[in-house]
Design a protein around this ligand. Structure first.
Ligand SMILES: *[C@@H]1O[C@H](CO)[C@@H](O)[C@H](O)[C@H]1NC(C)=O
Ligand SMILES: *[C@@H]1O[C@H](CO)[C@@H](O)[C@H](O)[C@H]1NC(C)=O
Ligand SMILES: *[C@@H]1O[C@H](CO)[C@@H](O)[C@H](O)[C@H]1NC(C)=O
Ligand SMILES: *[C@@H]1O[C@H](CO)[C@@H](O)[C@H](O)[C@H]1NC(C)=O
Ligand SMILES: *[C@@H]1O[C@H](CO)[C@@H](O)[C@H](O)[C@H]1NC(C)=O
Length: 312
């Protein structure tokens, strides 16, 4: 033994062996014990957006302190039949990249995702189109990304958030039983009736979502039965010739869109607006409960009149 250890090679071998034993006995079990599975899933609906820009905002979101604390994972759905799934996976550091048929736009993707993962949906899911408003290739290009991140997300997404409409910094836009600032959406109140077991009260108003960017907590998703997501998904993904493509309202959108087609269905614009109602967050006072008591931007006043602190 002594003569064996005199050989440098043997000593090196012994050192390596003890390292391996140490890692297996001490480090692996304790880190496995302490590492919680990620609590935040980012679900991206991709078509042909610039992946480098997508990477930029995804990285910024994943590096936010609260998201870091939760632990995050990325799932990308692409409806582009030419997209290279491996390349997307690597570049965006995604756990999964899944190709779907090009129907139903991002709204169909979200319904598909919820239906498929209903039994094991994450504590928080952030849904987004691959291009976020604020980046140059879509929406309000004059709004810097950092501004969007700070005003909409960093200070408002907390452990009390149940549903967070990322557009308008969480400030609501209202419709009254389908009458919205951008036209009349007759299927909005019909869908609401489906969830709430009552007809829409026209003395009330409902906040709507827009552009398909929101965060939702698991409890709000599973408060509705799975079949609702599957059913709406089947309507927004409907094939050519389905009655849903014959809908004429809202008239202005229909005119702008031309024909409603499976890859760009008019009904997608109704679904885009339904999420707060679907998650029972569209009315006062539930709306407040859904947002939680978010901490305002530094210098802005909280509900209790105190100033927000620069703590995040
Ligand atoms: C919805 O999910 C269920 C369970 O995973 C599955 O059997 C069904 O095919 C899904 N529906 C659609 C339209 O994908
Ligand atoms: C938008 O484009 C300008 C000019 O190309 C560039 O300087 C800026 O960084 C871009 N902003 C974002 C958020 O991509
Ligand atoms: C675009 O963003 C800028 C800066 O945040 C804001 O002042 C402006 O009102 C926005 N425009 C639209 C059309 O939303
Ligand atoms: C949220 O976080 C705060 C402090 O970070 C903690 O005091 C509170 O108990 C948490 N609430 C929930 C519902 O986990
Ligand atoms: C919606 O939320 C409110 C307040 O949390 C609750 O009282 C009501 O029962 C919920 N409605 C449905 C249909 O889940």
């Amino acid at each position: 033994m002594i003569s064996l250890l005199n050989s440098p090679l043997a000593r090196l071998g012994l050192a390596i062996l003890s390292c391996i034993v140490f890692v297996h006995v001490w480090i692996l079990p304790s880190s496995q014990l302490h590492q919680k599975p990620p609590q935040f899933q980012l679900v991206i609906s991709h078509y042909n957006e610039n992946l480098f820009k997508v990477k930029e905002w995804i990285t910024a979101v994943r590096e936010m302190p609260f998201v870091k604390e939760l632990g995050s994972t990325v799932t990308v759905y692409t409806k582009n039949k030419h997209a290279n799934l491996d390349q997307i996976k690597e570049l965006l550091d995604a756990a999964d990249v899944i190709r779907l048929p090009n129907v139903g736009r991002e709204q169909g993707t979200y319904m598909h995702h919820i239906n498929k993962t209903y039994d094991h949906i994450y504590p928080y899911t952030m849904f987004s189109q691959a291009a976020i408003t604020g980046l140059n290739d879509t929406g309000n290009a004059s709004r810097p990304f950092k501004d969007w991140l700070d005003k909409s997300l960093r200070y408002k997404f907390t452990n009390e958030t149940k549903f967070f409409n990322l557009q308008h910094g969480g400030n609501p836009i209202f419709c009254v039983c389908g009458s919205c600032p951008t036209g009349y959406f007759p299927l909005l109140p019909q869908l609401q009736t489906l969830f709430d077991n009552k007809v829409c009260d026209s003395t009330d108003k409902q906040s709507i979502s827009w552009l398909g960017q929101f965060i939702v907590a698991k409890e709000k998703v599973i408060a509705r039965p799975r079949w609702i997501y599957e059913y709406i998904g089947s309507l927004v993904d409907a094939p050519e010739g389905h009655w849903i493509h014959q809908e004429q309202e809202p008239a202005d959108l229909k005119q702008a869109l031309g024909e409603s087609l499976p890859d760009n269905p008019l009904f997608g614009h109704t679904v885009e607006r339904i999420w707060p109602t679907l998650f029972n967050c569209s009315k006062e006072p539930e709306m407040q409960g859904c947002m939680g008591s978010w901490s305002p931007m530094p210098g802005q006043k909280k509900k209790d009149g105190k100033l927000g602190e620069l703590s995040v």
